[in-house]
Structures are given as C-alpha cells and as structure tokens.
Ligand binder design. Sequence first.
Ligand code: IMP
Length: 182
Amino acid sequence: MYFVTSNEGKYREVKGIANKYGIEVDWLKMEYLEPQGGELEEIARLSAEMLSEKIDEEFFIEDSGLFVEALKGFPGPYSSYVFKTIGNEGILKLMRDAENRRAYFKAVVAYFDGKDVHTFSGKVEGEIAREAKGTEGFGYDPIFLYNGRTFAEMTSEEKNRVSHRRRAFEKFFSWLKEVKKI
Ligand code: IMP
C-alpha cells in the first residue's frame, strides 16, 4: 500500500510501525496541495479526496501538527509553514515568557480504499522545552518534551512507542487487519 508523503522522517517512522503489524508500506514521494486552516481531520480528508483523482490505487496520507496551549493552539494546522519559516527558534522565542508549556502533537491518517476516505487520529501530550535538545527525529522534535526528554533525544523506537503517529497508525493498522483482512 502506498504512503504518499514528501517527508522522509514520517515515512521512516511509519515503515517502522507498519513492520510490527506485518504491513508492507511503499513510499510514493510526492508533494500535494493541502487546504489550509480548519481541523486536521478535514485537511487530511480533503487532501486524500483530491489525491484520489490522480492515484488509481489504495493509498494513505498523514497530516500532523503541533498545538501549543499558551499560543491558543498555534501553529496547529499551520505547523508545516511555521516550521519552514520561523522554525524551532521562532517557537522558543514566542514561548520565552510563557509559564504554561503544555503542548500536544496530533496526527491524522486519511486512507483511500479505492472508493471512500477513512480517517484515524492520535495525540501525544507533552511540553515545549526551554531550549532545543537532541539530534534524532525531525521537525519540532528537539523542542517537544515528553517525560523529561525531547523527542529528538529519544531513539526512533522510543519515540515510536508513544508518539501521536504511533497512536494514529495503531488504530489504522488494526482496523485494516480487522475490517479489510489484510
Ligand atoms: P504536515 O503534516 O506535512 O503538514 O507537517 C506538519 C509539520 O509538523 C511539519 O513541519 C513537521 O515537521 C511537523 N511534525 C509533524 N510530526 C512531527 C513529529 O513527529 N515530530 C516533529 N515535528 C513533526
């Protein structure tokens, strides 16, 4: 089954999770247009619907974001753009005087089965660190603290045990096994 993404970090993590379920994932490296704003579920569903006009086979995509409580959920659905522009340093600056460091990552998988789109979501709660730490992972990992360590200070196995992505794909892959008998 195809995983459509241009993000290699996501692909590597999902391949690792899929392995545990005995599911083979092929990488279809491709950029696609994402509608901006709204809920992640809506964005993922609409993106999958648009892509289904170009791809004849079954595929899935994953849309994720970082939601910071003190910033009223920012960058949320704009996470990708914000990462490319102000990046981790920019988020740390915005958070310089914030006492409340609570944040969560959310991931939504949208699967096109050849006819319909199905979505599955996962969330992990943590905190925004005071400074970037660690070299593993990708994106906001160096500033996302989970149980005292940033995601970038964990091995990919450790992150994969608790991440938003793991939680969303766990739901998706067990559903696939049960409903689709894959
Ligand atoms: P999108 O899902 O491709 O729209 O990307 C969302 C943004 O959040 C990108 O900038 C990613 O780098 C970032 N992001 C998504 N998941 C993670 C994660 O597991 N760790 C760190 N950053 C992430």
